[in-house]
Design a protein around this ligand. Structure first.
Ligand SMILES: [Zn+2]
Length: 123
């Protein structure tokens, strides 16, 4: 029987063949769940899902893509967010577009800094 700390379903059992021909059980930590987009729930690409001690050994560029909101939002949602903020900046900064009808989307504004809409609409 193995150590009490290994008699747990939170460990993953892996059968390994040793050089001597025996089959032994190795106990590994389970992988965490895959990272998902905070807005649409799609799986994030370019983000590893290994245990934190393994993630720390990776270089920074291997941990997360070099893009704003990387590791938080998927590429499509970042594009939506940039388009959304640009539309409102144009509406409030250029008088010829002030009559533009725009719907607010709180699923996007959730990821913008607190008070973003107030600061942009007061200008
Ligand atoms: Zn998304």
């Amino acid at each position: 029987m193995v150590k009490p700390m290994l008699r747990s379903r939170s460990k993953k059992k892996v059968q390994r063949r040793t050089p001597g021909g025996r089959t032994v059980t190795h106990y590994k930590k389970k992988k965490p769940a895959k990272q998902k987009c905070g807005r649409c729930g799609r799986l994030l690409s370019g983000v590893p899902n290994t245990i934190p001690s393994e993630v720390r050994k990776l270089s920074k560029s291997e941990r997360v893509p070099t893009r704003p909101y990387a590791g938080v939002l998927c590429a499509k949602c970042v594009e939506d967010l940039v388009r959304y903020t640009t539309r409102f900046e144009v509406k409030f900064n250029y008088p010829e577009f002030s009559g533009m009808e725009l719907m607010r989307d709180l699923t996007i504004e959730k990821f913008l800094p607190r008070g973003w809409f107030d600061s942009i609409s007061k200008k």
